[in-house]
Design a protein around this ligand. Structure first.
Ligand code: SAM
Length: 290
C-alpha cells in the first residue's frame, strides 16, 4: 500500500489512474507530511474517536486519520476518486467511504449510526468553493460536534477569528463565533498542495460550544439581521436593517437601536453577538406589540 503525503507517491497514484484534477471540485491535494501531522495533532484525534472526513481526495489525510482514530468515515463527491481511495485505503479496516455530496448527507444519521450519537470530530482539507456552506450546514444542523478542524483559505481563517470593528469582521465571524471558538493551528503556503492554489491557506480548529454565548429568542432573526447589516457594509445599521427586506421600517430599526442603548448612526461592524441578540429581541417585540 502506497504511503501518501509526498509528491512522488501522489504523482504515481494519479498517473496510474490517469486522474485529472477538477477545478470545479476545489481539488488541491496535500503533499506535505508536516502539514498533515499538524492537522491531525490540532484535531486531537485519539484511539477512541470517530472522525468524519470531508473530501478525502486520494486518501492522503485519510491514511493519517486511520492510523490514529478508532473509525473514519470519508465522504467524497468525485466518482473518479472512489477506485483510487479503495486502493490507497485497502490496508485499513477502520474506514468507510461514501460517494456523495457532503451537503446532501444526513449528518445526524451519520453521528447516530457511526458514533452512537456522541460528539463527532470533523477533519477536512475543505474544497474552498463551498467552505462556508459546509461549515454552516454542520453547525446549523445542531448535530453533536466535538471539534471541526479544517484547512481553509487564509483570508477566511482571519475572518473567522476577527473581532468587532476590524477590517476582517463580518457575518462569518459572528456565525462561527456563535457556534464555536476558533483557533489558528497553522499557516500553510501554496507549495504544500498539488496543484498549488493561488491563495495562502490556514488550518483552523473550531471547538464547538455546548451552549451559545448569548441568549436570543429568535436565532434565525438574529442571523438575518447580521446578514442585512453586512450586506450593506457602508450603510448605517439603521439603513441596513430598514432596507434589508426583513419587514422592518427604518423608523422601527432606529427605535430598536436606541432601545438597546446604541446611537442610531452606528454601523453593523461595531456590534458584537450580544448587541445583535439584544437588537433581534427588541425588533421581535416591536412586531409582537398589539
Ligand atoms: N483531503 C484531500 C487532501 O487533503 O489531499 C483532498 C482535499 S481537496 C482540497 C477537496 C476534496 O473535496 C476533493 O477531493 C474534492 O473532490 C472533494 N469535494 C469537493 N466538493 C465536495 C462535496 N460537496 N462533498 C464531498 N467532497 C467534495
Amino acid at each position: 500500500m502506497a504511503e501518501l503525503g509526498n509528491p512522488r507517491e501522489t504523482i504515481k497514484i494519479l498517473q496510474k489512474h490517469e486522474f485529472h484534477f477538477r477545478k470545479k471540485f476545489g481539488q488541491n491535494f496535500l503533499i506535505d507530511p508536516h502539514v498533515l501531522d499538524k492537522i491531525i495533532d490540532a484535531a486531537d484525534v485519539g484511539p477512541d474517536d470517530f472522525v468524519l472526513e470531508i473530501g478525502p481526495g486520494i486518501g492522503t489525510m485519510t491514511q493519517y486519520l486511520c492510523e490514529r482514530a478508532d473509525r473514519v468515515l470519508a465522504v467524497e463527491i468525485d466518482a473518479k476518486l472512489i477506485p483510487i481511495l479503495q486502493e490507497t485505503l485497502a490496508g485499513y479496516d477502520n474506514v468507510e467511504i461514501i460517494h456523495g455530496d457532503i451537503l446532501k448527507q444526513d449528518i445526524w444519521q451519520i453521528a447516530d449510526r457511526y458514533n452512537g450519537g456522541k460528539p463527532v470530530k470533523v477533519v477536512a482539507n475543505l474544497p474552498y468553493y463551498i467552505t462556508t456552506p459546509i461549515l454552516m450546514e454542520l453547525f446549523e444542523s445542531r448535530v453533536p460536534l466535538a471539534n471541526v478542524t479544517v484547512m481553509v483559505q487564509k483570508e477566511v481563517a482571519e475572518r473567522m477569528q476577527a473581532e468587532p470593528g476590524t477590517k476582517d469582521y463580518g457575518a462569518l465571524s459572528l456565525a462561527i463565533q456563535y457556534y464555536a471558538i476558533p483557533y489558528l493551528a497553522a499557516n500553510v503556503p501554496p507549495n504544500c498542495f498539488m496543484p498549488r492554489p493561488n491563495v495562502g491557506s490556514a488550518v483552523v480548529r473550531l471547538d464547538c460550544r455546548d451552549r451559545a454565548p448569548v441568549e436570543v429568542a429568535d436565532e434565525k432573526l438574529m442571523f438575518r439581521l447580521i446578514r442585512a447589516s453586512f450586506n450593506q457594509r457602508r450603510k448605517t445599521l439603521q439603513n441596513g436593517i430598514g432596507n434589508g427586506g426583513l419587514g422592518f421600517s427604518k423608523e422601527e430599526a432606529a427605535h430598536a437601536i436606541e432601545a438597546v442603548g446604541l446611537p442610531t448612526d452606528i454601523r453593523g461592524e461595531k456590534l458584537g453577538l450580544k448587541e445583535f441578540a439584544a437588537l433581534a429581541d427588541e425588533l421581535m417585540m416591536l412586531h409582537r406589540a398589539p
